[in-house]
Design a protein around this ligand. Structure first.
Ligand SMILES: NC(=O)c1ccc[n+]([C@@H]2O[C@H](COP(=O)([O-])OP(=O)(O)OC[C@H]3O[C@@H](n4cnc5c(N)ncnc54)[C@H](O)[C@@H]3O)[C@@H](O)[C@H]2O)c1
Ligand SMILES: [Zn+2]
Length: 382
């Protein structure tokens, strides 16, 4: 547990029914709007839910954004964006779109490049106001100061972190996630779950982050299946959207741990989607962590279980939480083996070497994780 803590959040967060209507007031004193999104979201027609609130504003749409960008792909978009002047940058998308938008927002009016930020994250400063509208639930990127990019030569994903990337405005409107395909809803929902449970069990956890992580766990553990399975489960989808946002706030105040650390090489080298990589590692890592996190898992149980609560021991409650995680991963049809992504036993040593480099997150893990532990964990999901 940290003894000193800090809570940083976007300035204004709009939620609830018809939250998108708030766009009108946000843009009232702005004329030139840049709108970042991707082709997958364009294809759903969802962007008109945003543009219809923009009236006569001058809108430039950037929709060539790649999924899970490399630092150089993000730079190409930022360069394109910098050719014109804008008053507001709107990002409507999942973590990929929001992360690129966050980087572009600190490039406006500055000469440094993303590769410079990989070396020194302190040089960046805010160049333009941002509005984040997540379309997955989700990475929580709309809440965090983080932008995650793949660095090809390192075969890793790397987090660029600076408070200047925290959004000015966020709109959480479940209209944006209603048609999310089940597979994407499952992977991104499990990413949010991983954020919440990792932050709650992190060495960096504290009274601020616990508030958000526990509420996120309550919302996510009690809604993730219907939100993914049932197209009409609007309340469950809204709960996931808020839960993912709270989990993002928890990341900002605390930090993720070994699930995310070990998943970075799976994304960086094998291009396994971020949510899937975390979902595959979630149960093995939490089982490994259990002896050091028993009391914390018991607290999660006390918070999230409503009916049939047993007055069990911490050990029993902790076991229940692990079983519940297993049940969710199975129910949501998360691939069981890295082989599906072309990873074989010959690749494990390299994965371990890359994963062990993510000390920024491994240091947060409640149970010390050594290279031989990482090897066992990767082997379990082979
Ligand atoms: N900055 C942070 O704090 C943070 C935290 C976690 C993850 N991330 C990063 O976020 C990225 C992953 O983001 P993601 O999981 O949200 O996925 P994503 O943004 O890569 O999107 C995945 C796919 O879903 C589609 N999609 C998104 N919304 C949709 C909708 N409403 N309907 C239909 N299709 C839709 C997209 O077109 C895309 O093809 C990774 O690069 C990861 O490293 C960032
Ligand atoms: Zn994540």
């Amino acid at each position: 547990m940290l003894e000193k803590y800090l809570l940083q959040m976007p300035q204004k967060v709009f939620g609830g029914r018809n939250a998108l209507e708030n766009i009108k007031s946000i843009v009232s004193d702005k004329n030139r709007i840049a709108l970042f999104t991707d082709k997958g979201i364009q294809a759903t027609g969802l962007i008109s839910e945003i543009t219809r609130h923009l009236g006569e504003k001058e809108i430039t749409v950037f929709d060539e954004l790649p999924s899970e960008p490399t630092c150089d792909q993000a730079q190409i978009i930022a360069d394109e964006f910098k050719k014109k002047e804008f008053d507001l940058l709107i990002a409507a998308g999942g973590g990929s779109v929001m992360d690129i938008a966050k980087l572009a927002s600190v490039m406006a009016g500055s000469d440094y490049r993303i590769r410079d930020l990989l070396e020194d994250q302190q040089i960046m400063k805010k160049g333009i106001e941002t509005l984040m509208i997540p379309t997955t639930a989700g990475t929580g990127s709309e809440a965090t100061p983080n932008s995650i990019v793949a660095v090809p030569e390192k075969e890793l994903k790397v987090g660029i972190v600076n408070s200047s990337m925290i959004a000015d405005y966020v709109i959480l409107d479940d209209v944006m996630i209603r048609k999310l395909p089940r597979k994407i809803a499952a992977a991104t929902g499990l990413d949010a779950l991983a954020h919440a449970i990792e932050c709650f069990t992190s060495n960096k956890s504290n009274l601020f982050s616990d508030t958000f992580a526990l509420e996120a766990l309550d919302l996510i553990l009690n809604n993730i299946e219907p939100a993914c399975d049932d197209p009409e489960a609007f309340d469950a989808k809204n709960a996931m959207l808020i839960g993912a946002f709270y989990a993002g706030v928890a990341i900002t105040a605390s930090g993720t741990t070994a699930v995310h650390a070990l998943s970075y090489p799976l994304g960086g080298k094998y291009h396994i989607p971020h949510g899937i990589a975390n979902a595959m590692l979630l149960v093995p890592v939490m089982k490994f962590n259990e002896p050091a996190c028993r009391n914390r898992f018991a607290r999660v149980y006390d918070r999230v279980v409503r009916n049939g609560k047993a007055s069990g021991t911490d050990g029993e409650k902790s076991e229940w939480i692990i079983r519940r995680l297993e049940e969710i991963v199975k129910h949501l049809d998360i691939p069981g083996s890295l082989k599906e992504y072309g990873v074989g036993s010959k690749d494990i040593d390299q994965l371990v070497e890359a994963g062990m480099k993510v000390q920024r997150l491994l240091q947060n893990n409640a149970r010390t994780l050594k290279a031989e532990d990482a090897k066992k964990l990767y082997s379990e999901i082979l």
